[in-house]
Design a protein around this ligand. Structure first.
Ligand code: NAP
Length: 323
């Protein structure tokens, strides 16, 4: 539709956005308002009305640039006709106060591109996409409330250095695994909420609780080992999730562990998204607790959910996400 659009750049922006999902329509539409009307003179009713007009026009088979411009013009006339001052007005920020603007660092990667897709498809109604943070420039997109970092340990370090230098206070969810830059993480956590989440799935927190409970119940003479399997492109081993699971089990001080480290074995096979198993074995019997990620999307959905939650927390380093 964009190539059929004539006229101002504003109209082009509108048409391109309208071809995507409802939420993108609303975002781009708001960007079109002339400055005096933005952001303090538009109510939620106005936004709803604008979306209604757009959806109606775009849904028609005869939709073209002229009818879109007419729709924009009708809406702007409606807003201009409103009185400001004596009329009760609300900021657009208020109208969208439930929303969290999320930027992605690592947006071109396997996981980053899925997070981008989740955000653009507006799967989580509380989350909006504010932009990608580009390697080596580290420009934070306007109005960003939370950053999801899914890069590499070196990428995380660079991002945090830039945020520390610019005295930012934007929440950062670190989904990156490997030898993370703990010094920079601790420093930034003094000025913003930060969380390290090596596994965004719902199942791993559950497996952690099961594993802790299991090792605490073990009689002496049983042994515990762990395996983790990932695709061949995974750079770090053992995985961040495995390290966190091992720490959680060891921290119970369970007597069967005899204060020793739990051995962990990493396999790198084909295109496995992620599997973690805790093996508990005693004389004549064995128990296994396993988590398998069967779709990579599960991590993208969890990343967005975590970012929404973290953006509403106070500065500090969060280990457990309580959403
Ligand atoms: N928390 C979870 O649930 C979860 C799940 C899966 C994966 N992960 C972790 O997420 C990270 C990314 O995984 P992936 O499979 O998406 O990897 P990937 O496909 O290799 O993508 C890595 C992304 O990070 C960027 N990047 C790498 N090094 C960078 C640097 N120094 N500075 C800035 N950007 C950099 C890459 O940009 P270029 O394209 O420019 O190289 C790319 O966009 C890994 O640490 C992985 O273990 C976490």
């Amino acid at each position: 539709m964009a190539d059929r659009t004539e006229g101002s750049d504003e109209a082009t922006t509108m048409v391109v956005a309208v071809t995507t999902k409802r939420n993108c329509v609303s975002l781009s539409f708001l960007q079109l308002f002339p400055q005096p009307l933005y952001p303090s003179h538009i109510t939620m009713d106005d936004v709803t009305r604008a979306l209604g007009i757009l959806e109606e026009v775009v849904g028609r088979s005869d939709c073209d640039a002229a009818s879109l411009r007419a729709a924009i013009s009708e809406f702007l006339n409606h807003v201009k006709g409103k009185t400001s001052g004596s009329t009760q007005v609300k900021a657009v920020n208020e109208a969208t106060s439930g929303s969290v603007n999320i930027a992605v660092h690592g947006a071109t990667g396997r996981l980053g591109s899925l997070i981008l897709k989740e955000l653009k498809e507006h799967s989580n109604p509380a989350a909006l996409f504010s932009g990608a943070i580009v390697r080596d420039t580290y420009v934070l997109p306007t109005s960003t409330n939370a950053i999801i970092d899914v890069t590499s340990a070196a990428g995380t370090k660079k991002l945090l250095e830039s945020l520390i230098t610019s005295k930012a206070s934007t929440a950062v969810i670190i989904g990156t695994t490997g030898e993370l830059p703990m010094e920079e993480i601790n420093t930034y956590a003094k000025q913003a909420p930060v969380a390290i989440v090596p596994n965004f799935s719902i199942g791993i927190p559950l497996v952690t609780k099961l594993a802790q409970s299991a090792v605490k119940s073990l009689p002496m003479g049983w042994n515990v080992e762990m395996t983790e399997t990932h695709h061949t492109k995974k750079l770090d081993a053992p995985s961040g999730t495995a390290k966190k699971l091992l720490n959680a089990m060891e921290a119970t001080g369970a007597s069967a562990l005899e204060g020793k480290k739990i051995p962990c074995h990493a396999l790198r096979l084909g295109d496995v998204f992620g599997e973690h198993s805790i093996h508990l074995a005693g004389p004549g019997e064995r128990v296994e607790i396993t988590h398998r990620a069967t779709r990579r999307e599960v991590f993208a959905i969890g990343a967005v959910r975590s970012a929404v939650w973290l953006s509403r927390q106070n500065p500090g380093l969060y280990d457990e996400l309580n959403y």
